[in-house]
Design a protein around this ligand. Structure first.
Ligand code: 6R9
Length: 660
């Protein structure tokens, strides 16, 4: 690794991220918590520990003979010889064991329509869909593209595929026809399941036209398109190819026997958003994925399936919607909420209204959402009864201590009214890891705002320097995983070389996650963003995340994004893009104030060279800031490909605001 891409292991981090606050679990919480400190001890056993979890959390059609086969590393085989069915574990077994009447899914559509599925009803729905897909010629091993909004049919489709051993490839409903086509082609999908559309901000929004567009050009592998009727808008129809869901699933038999599939049978492909290059089809298989997602949902969130109502706000199009909506809550027999729409329709309190209505007790969401709610103001959640909330989760990007505290006080403290506050679990993981890898355990860990803290039991996470040596406490480096884990990706679909090259070539015998991290004086892990988001200013390593946290901690700033721009004198210079809170926009001195604020929070070295006040930030549809585009602006270049932005006009808005 060259000089200028190296992460300093010394002084650069010294004055960063000093966080003194600690929030140990309340006595009451700890007394009822599922996780115990011993779990970490047990986890040290490695594959044997996971074999126990696999047998405890899942029902196997046939037991496995070996926990892990790593002889062809980095291609792992977990629970070798075992046979298991994901849908049987998520559904049938709960019904067989007398839990058929428990609510599996409370669904609320954006317009306010509702549907409730008990475990018995969901089992029937999935059996019918499985029969319907088989009647369309879908067999074990075939790929099915799923292009659906957040409606129960999305989960039903995924589980029906899993039941028959077909491999689903969910493509986020916000992606374009071209993006859908390239994913259909890469996976050679035989069936596409979609809907006429959905509702977005109070209006019908179409999906089917993108499928039609994707399949317009001949040369694809798709034989059938099944269309769920969701918003009733008129759609184009291709006879012989298109079928309404109701016409094919409606009359299908509700009897279907789940066969046990090999533990390593492919469960799904999910394409990563990918900041550069062709999207990677991340492949997950059955036994290991189910084991670790079920394990983490249970212990990370302290899940009590008889009483909790779980709400993971992620869309089914992202890995979080796979692991913590479609699979683990059902495998664990929990009740979950599924919401179709946006948080501000018909009003900015919609989420809190839903939490009050369904008595949501575990909320799992992303920092970008939390910061949006902060911008809207605490008065909005304070109007609702949030006293049902027991545990809060965060995922997707580092959560700034400021946002963490707001989440704790306002959401975890019932609008700020309650003295008991829900623990926050900041969960670090990736599409590739399949399930949580670094997170506090509620009831065990004393939580620290902004830090994901500790490896999950059974997981070997480390922070290493450029030579692959563990760094001492107080130093920064690269996040790696030293031992195989059950839910690890099994490869990149159709490209084993790229799999080895991307994740296993940087360090010997370690998985390289691509994230920078720091270990603080207590040994807790702080995620510092992707390594390409780490800047070198005058030889000092600075993380975009740290400077963003500093900016957001100032009362004038609603949101901030930081990039490194090349600079003749300092190598790289810090350039910050900020969205101001309402009244701060009129203040002429705000830029000077913020530069001084960063200097005070982190040190003069981190002072942004430029602070640009903008109306919005460019984000992908999963809420990640596209710093690459901001870097183009900061370096005065023409702005690169912006097609994966949730709103492609944002870059023009930013350019216009900077011209003013
Ligand atoms: C689950 C998911 C993975 C990347 C990952 C990292 C960032 C996710 C985080 C986090 C800091 C957390 N990330 N969780 N960074 N703290 N709690 O988001 O998967 O879409 O594949 O993104 O997201 O940079 O490498 P995915």
């Amino acid at each position: 690794m060259s000089e200028d891409t190296r992460i300093s292991t010394g002084d650069a981090f010294e004055n960063l991220l000093h966080e003194e606050r600690r929030f140990p679990p309340s006595e009451d919480f700890a007394a009822h918590a599922i996780a115990t400190a011993e779990l970490y001890e047990q986890g040290k056993e490695g594959p044997g520990f996971w074999a126990r979890q696999a047998r405890e959390l899942l029902t196997w059609h046939e037991d496995f003979s070996q926990a892990l086969d790593w002889s062809e590393a980095p291609f792992a085989k977990w629970f070798v010889g075992g046979k298991v069915n994901a849908a049987y574990n998520a559904l049938d077994r709960h019904v067989e064991q007398g839990r058929g009447d428990r609510v599996a899914i409370h669904f609320e559509g954006e317009p306010g329509d509702t549907r409730t599925y008990t475990y018995a009803e969901l089992t029937t729905a999935v059996k019918k869909a499985a029969n319907a897909f088989e009647s369309l010629g879908v067999a074990k091993g075939d790929r099915v593209a799923v292009y659906l909004p957040m409606i129960p049919e999305a989960v039903i489709t995924m589980l029906a595929c899993a039941r028959i051993g077909a491999v689903h490839s969910v493509v986020f409903g916000g992606f374009s026809a071209d993006a859908l086509r390239s994913r259909i082609d890469d996976a050679e999908a035989k069936l596409v399941v979609t809907s006429d559309g959905t509702y977005r901000r109070g209006k019908p929004s179409a999906l089917k036209p993108a499928v039609d567009g994707a399949l317009e050009r001949p040369g694809h592998t798709v034989e059938n398109v099944v269309v769920v009727k969701r918003n009733g808008e008129p759609v184009e129809w291709t006879e012989g190819r298109d079928t309404w869901w109701d016409d094919v699933v409606g009359p299908a038999s509700d009897e279907h026997t789940a066969e046990g599939h090999d533990s390593e049978h492919p469960l799904f492909i999910l394409y990563t958003s990918g900041t550069t290059g062709k999207p990677k089809g991340i492949l997950h298989t059955t036994g290991g994925f189910l084991t670790q997602t079920a394990f983490t949902q249970k212990y990370t969130f302290d899940l009590h399936p008889e009483t909790d109502v779980f709400w993971c706000t992620a869309d089914i199009g992202w890995v979080t919607g796979h692991s913590y909506v479609a699979y683990s809550p059902l495998v664990n027999g929990a009740t979950q909420l599924m919401y179709e729409g946006t948080p501000d329709t018909p009003h900015q309190g919609r989420w809190w209204e839903l939490i009050e209505k369904y008595k949501v007790s575990i909320l799992y969401t992303a920092p970008t959402a939390i910061r949006t709610f902060m911008k809207w103001g605490r008065d909005i959640p304070a109007k609702f009864d949030l006293s049902s909330i027991r545990v809060l989760g965060s995922v997707g990007e580092p959560i700034n201590p400021e946002a963490w505290m707001w989440y704790r006080e306002i959401i975890g403290g019932n609008g700020g009214r309650s003295d008991t506050r829900a623990p926050i679990v900041d969960t670090w993981w990736q599409t590739e890891t399949g399930a949580h890898m670094v997170s506090p355990l509620p009831g065990v860990t004393a939580c620290k705002p902004g830090s994901a803290q500790v490896a999950m039991p059974g997981i070997a996470v480390d922070v290493v320097d450029e030579m692959g040596q563990s760094v001492p406490n107080g130093s920064g480096g690269y996040l790696v995983i030293r031992e195989p884990w059950p839910a690890m990706l099994r490869g990149i679909w159709g490209d084993p070389e790229r799999f080895k090259e991307t994740y296993w070539s940087r360090f010997d015998n370690m998985y390289f996650a691509g994230d920078g991290a720091k270990r603080d004086e207590d040994g807790d892990i702080w995620l510092l963003g992707r390594v390409d988001d780490v800047m070198n200013v005058s030889g000092h390593r600075l993380s975009t995340t740290e400077i963003e946290s500093a900016l957001v901690s100032h009362p004038s700033v609603a949101e901030a994004a930081v990039v490194g721009a090349s600079d003749e004198t300092t190598g790289e210079a810090v350039v910050a893009f900020v969205i101001l809170r309402g009244s701060a926009a009129q203040d002429d001195d705000v830029v000077t104030t913020l530069r001084n604020h960063v200097a005070k929070e982190i040190g003069p070295i981190a002072k942004p060279r430029n602070i640009l006040v903008v109306p919005e930030l460019p984000k992908t549809r999963s809420g990640k800031i596209m710093r690459r585009l901001l870097k183009d602006v900061a370096e005065g270049r023409e702005v690169g490909d912006a097609t994966t932005l949730s709103d492609p006009t944002i870059m023009q808005q930013i350019a216009a605001s900077l011209r003013k």
